[in-house]
Write a protein that binds this ligand. Structure first.
Ligand SMILES: Cc1ncc(COP(=O)(O)O)c(C=O)c1O
Length: 348
């Protein structure tokens, strides 16, 4: 017997990647950035006047919205902030999807999406990506009458970037809201912000967890037509972004040079590792993110376990279409060289 709603009692809930405590593992399992945040961001945190914490934060995270608007070429009215982009995805479900309604999302993709549908008491309308993990041409049709369609671009866990023309077509054809989750966009060559400018039904979400090296801070952003933002603001917890996060997050968005330097180092290491693992017999999907999705010659579950014994924690998903792959977050070049040695011992 459970006291919870039946929709909650019957599900397992989302299982985040492991955060090993005290074990000396090189952590390549949750797509964190191996480099620290920029010195200006650390200085902003140090200069923060903690006496201010007796007050509530500015409810809309105005300084963050202003910094994001300047960076992306929108107005602050086009921006909403969340306690990580996961918070914004929860807000999206509660804003756009009725209990008993439907959520459309591409699959295989971020495993949180179906969990969010479950939590809302909504049904899942998965839209299968094609054999190259790209959006099918009839995606809008496959999504049926769902009011919300979530698509990660670059995709997780595959790292692939579905062609933008297909995403634009989806935005044009789909009658509901199209949510483009751009958590990994700073490691990619292009983005979809222009679609949020062009279409009234398009939301683009971003996070400071990956490229800005601030996963521990919890700050996400979404950009959309102000009419959509206003509706989401009704659902958002009044103080969902704390005062310290606002100060640090705004400093990060105003210092993109450091972020871009780190992102390009990661992209260079990604290319190096992809070539190395290919040489070792693995099949590597083209990645536009800060991780590689690799199909080793040996069974992926075994390689995952053997890498762990050698001190490397990667991610393995025992799920349809992706159970033959491991996902490897790109770390420092030196760590990846050590990783490639371990992979040479157990990956083939
Ligand atoms: C596709 C995708 N979207 C969103 C997130 C969550 O990001 P945040 O840390 O902003 O909640 C992740 C994290 O792994 C992700 O892979």
């Amino acid at each position: 017997m459970s006291y919870a709603r039946s929709a909650i009692a019957r599900i397992a809930g989302y299982v985040p990647g492991e955060q090993p405590q005290g074990k000396p593992l090189i952590k390549l399992n949750t797509n964190e950035n191996p480099y620290p945040p920029s010195p200006k961001v650390i200085a902003a945190a140090r200069e923060f006047d903690f006496a201010r914490l007796r007050l509530y934060p500015e409810p809309s995270a105005r300084i963050v919205r202003e910094a994001a608007a300047d960076l992306y070429g929108f107005t602050p009215e086009h921006v909403i902030c969340g306690n990580g982009s996961d918070d914004l995805l929860t807000i999206a479900l509660r804003t756009f999807v009725d209990q008993g309604g439907k959520l459309a999302f591409t699959t295989p993709s971020y495993s949180l999406y179906p969990v969010l549908a479950d939590l809302q008491g909504a049904a899942c309308q998965p839209v299968e990506l094609d054999s190259d993990f790209n959006l099918p041409a009839n995606a809008a049709e496959l999504a049926g009458d769902a009011p919300l369609f979530i698509l990660a671009r670059p995709n997780a866990p595959t790292g692939t970037n579905t062609p933008k023309a297909g995403v634009r077509e989806l935005c044009r054809q789909f009658p509901g809201v199209v949510w483009i989750d751009e958590a990994y966009v700073d490691f990619s060559d292009d983005d979809c912000l222009d679609l949020a400018r062009e279409f009234p039904n398009v939301v683009v979400s971003r996070t400071l967890s990956k490229s800005y090296s601030l996963a521990g801070l919890r700050l996400g952003l979404a950009v959309a037509n102000p009419a959509l933002i206003q509706e989401m603001n009704k659902v958002r917890d009044s103080y969902n972004v704390d005062m310290l996060t606002q100060v640090i997050g705004a400093a990060a968005l105003r210092d993109t040079d450091a972020m871009r330097t780190n992102a390009s180092r990661i992209v260079a290491t990604r290319a190096w590792l992809a070539a190395e693992l290919t040489r070792l017999g693995a099949e590597i999907l083209p990645s536009a993110a800060n991780f590689l999705f690799a199909k080793p010659l040996r069974p992926a579950a075994d390689v995952f376990a053997d890498l762990r014994v050698r001190g490397f924690l990667v991610r393995y998903f025992n799920l349809p279409r992706i159970s033959e792959y491991i996902r490897i977050t790109i770390g420092h070049q030196a760590d990846m060289e050590a990783f490639a040695k371990a992979f040479a011992e157990c990956g083939r």
